[in-house]
Design a protein around this ligand. Structure first.
Ligand code: 13P
Length: 258
């Protein structure tokens, strides 16, 4: 199997005022600035992206945006064009479940965002995941397949190391983490779906994170699964030391598997 560099994202969601964000950025820089063996992406709220870029400059930590619009500019009050993030953010979260379910983002809109981000040469993190009712109804595979098909509609090829975040909606912010077995088998399914669309080589190089109530206590077992290439972390990413523990555990798991 191709060695994949694991990737951990810290999605701060809509938390922290500017002073709190700057404090956390400083702590992250101190704790994780030189980390190796794992890529780390910090996704603060949009107003603090510039602060993040300044604070993390010269470290191995990357800046990510939580969302972006596909058009570069225009009369789109309240939107931030993906093109505007060039030079500030390297990664952009696309299709997070809160965008989909709280703000009505459709599979097709997610596809337009993904295509735009890739065209700009930025790195998307494509988030997909099923609702609890869909898991219970046994339709998880169909839901994920549909989300991926729409996201990939206008994407001819994926760059090496493309990132997908599998986040079961029922595990987000609930404390209900998917078991390592559920996370592993679903992520293996997702990898097979990527292979169906883009071939085995691309799928093997694709990095697939697990997200949903990841914390310092459960990350080691999740990261030990062969198809899980890191984590997308919400709540625990607001605590520098918990987040650092998660990043180190992911790096250690990858080193152990190498
Ligand atoms: P929690 O880690 O708070 O469950 O959030 C997961 C998530 O949505 C990350 O994008």
């Amino acid at each position: 199997m191709a060695a994949r560099t694991p990737i951990v994202g810290g999605n701060w969601k809509m938390h922290l005022d500017r002073a709190g964000a700057r404090d956390l950025l400083r702590e992250l820089r101190d704790e994780l600035g030189g980390i190796e063996g794992v890529e780390v992406v910090i996704c603060p709220p949009a107003p603090w992206l510039g602060d993040a870029a300044d604070a993390l400059e010269g470290t191995s930590l990357q800046v990510g945006a939580q969302n972006a619009y596909w058009l570069p500019h225009g009369a789109y009050t309240g939107e931030v064009g993906a093109a505007m993030l060039i030079g500030t953010a390297r990664y952009i979260l696309v299709g997070h479940s809160e965008r989909r379910h709280l703000f009505g983002e459709t599979n097709e809109e997610t596809g337009r965002k993904l295509a735009a981000v890739l065209e700009l040469g930025l790195e998307p993190i494509l988030a997909i995941g099923e609702l609890q009712a869909e898991r219970e109804a046994g339709t998880t595979r169909e839901v994920l397949r549909e989300q991926l098909a729409a996201a990939f509609a206008d994407v001819e090829r994926l760059p090496e190391g493309f990132v997908v975040a599998y986040e079961p909606v029922w595990a987000i912010g609930t404390g209900l983490t998917a078991t390592p077995e559920i996370a592993q088998s679903t992520i293996a399914d997702v990898r097979a779906m990527v292979a169906d669309r883009y071939g085995e080589v691309t799928a093997e190089a694709c990095r697939i994170q697990y997200g949903g109530s990841v914390n310092a206590g459960n990350v080691t077992e999740l990261a030990a699964q062969p198809d899980i290439d890191g984590a997308l972390v919400g709540g625990a990413s607001l605590d520098a030391s918990a987040f650092a523990t998660i990043c180190r555990a992911v790096a250690a798991a990858a080193e152990g598997a190498a």
